[in-house]
Design a protein around this ligand. Sequence first.
Ligand code: HEC
Length: 118
Amino acid sequence: MSTRRVLLGILLLAGAGYLGLRGMRSPEGGASSPAPDAARSHYALYCADCHGADMDGGMASSLVDGRWDYGDSDAAILRSIAEGIEADGMPAFGAALTPAKIDALVALMRAAEAEPAP
Ligand code: HEC
């Protein structure tokens, strides 16, 4: 009985994970449909340690202050994330994150940047 429950739980989790992955890989993914929840969890997982839980800076700079030292176009920000900024200690995420996921992160930063400061 309890084994079946555990199995059912695992199946449900696997199914949810599968659907989540499918959602992120949807063909229209990218800047036009950024899947903000997925981007938020990627941010928390990969970026928050250095850039702060709210993107407003920690040991690395704020990503929502409108200051972009390495280029402020979407393409430049995407490059900063994918290729990293080795000399300054920003790791490259091109291997860990697909371009669509990085797009979604850029969209998330843009959205947060547009919000008025608290
Ligand atoms: C190990 C710490 C670290 C992690 C993890 C990290 N960064 Fe960075 N990041 C830096 C540093 C250091 C810089 C360059 C100096 C600065 O801006 O503070 C930087 C710079 C950047 C820039 C360029 C900022 C500008 O002014 O042009 C962007 C964009 C950026 N990071 C996004 C991200 C994203 C998105 C993630 C997660 C996928 C991430 N970073 C993860 C440390 C980190």
